[in-house]
Ligand binder design. Structure first.
Ligand SMILES: CC(C)(COP(=O)(O)OP(=O)(O)OC[C@H]1O[C@@H](n2cnc3c(N)ncnc32)[C@H](O)[C@@H]1OP(=O)(O)O)[C@@H](O)C(=O)NCCC(=O)NCCS
Length: 157
């Protein structure tokens, strides 16, 4: 679907969670419950963003800040990221990613990490396009179905 309405990327709210759950199941992400999302976005070390088109949630991301050696956060990890199928390949994921990067830069986060299923070529392509590089493989990291994870990293620029 072409995004005819204005696309905005904003903080994820509790009201978004039912739509987030439906995108999660439609796109085959690992299961998180409503409570998992509400707890996560309530944390101070978490970033939850929703992309909205015409009052509909088109996609979302959840990022956790990771504590380094000291007290400050230098790294972060993408925990969940998806765009509803009907909005995919339309720049929505990229817009979510740019807003995430803007917020991470403000927080002085240097590195962003993620794990992706090794068969998930579209996501790997997306991440490569946005500057991520494969760092290692974690065997049988994913379940249902069991699959290796590619661990990818990008420098936040
Ligand atoms: C990964 C994902 C979030 C990308 O969102 P999106 O809104 O479709 O991404 P964009 O439209 O901004 O795509 C930007 C670029 O990513 C790459 N890309 C995105 N989808 C792709 C696909 N299906 N096949 C190949 N490359 C793809 C392309 O380089 C694309 O640029 P182009 O359209 O100019 O060729 C989306 O595909 C998705 O939700 N996937 C299912 C859930 C998932 O796998 N999440 C990641 C878990 S780690």
């Amino acid at each position: 679907m072409k995004t005819t309405g204005a696309l905005i990327v904003r903080e994820m709210t509790l009201d978004d969670i039912p739509q987030v759950l439906s995108i999660q199941s439609e796109t085959g992400l690992s299961f998180w419950s409503e409570t998992d999302y509400s707890r996560e976005i309530g944390q101070t070390d978490s970033i939850g963003l929703s992309a909205e088109v015409d009052s509909v949630v088109a996609g979302f991301i959840v990022i956790r800040l990771l504590a380094g050696d000291g007290n400050d956060f230098r790294e972060a990890e993408i925990l969940n990221f998806a765009v509803s199928k009907k909005f995919q390949r339309n720049g929505v994921g990229s817009r979510i990613f740019y807003e995430s990067t803007r917020q991470l830069k403000k927080l002085k986060i240097d590195e962003l990490w993620l794990e992706v299923r090794e068969s998930n070529f579209s996501a790997i392509n997306f991440y490569r396009r946005h500057g991520f590089e494969p760092m290692s493989t974690r065997r049988n990291y994913f379940t249902d179905p069991t699959e290796n994870a590619i661990i990818m990293r990008s420098y936040v620029k």
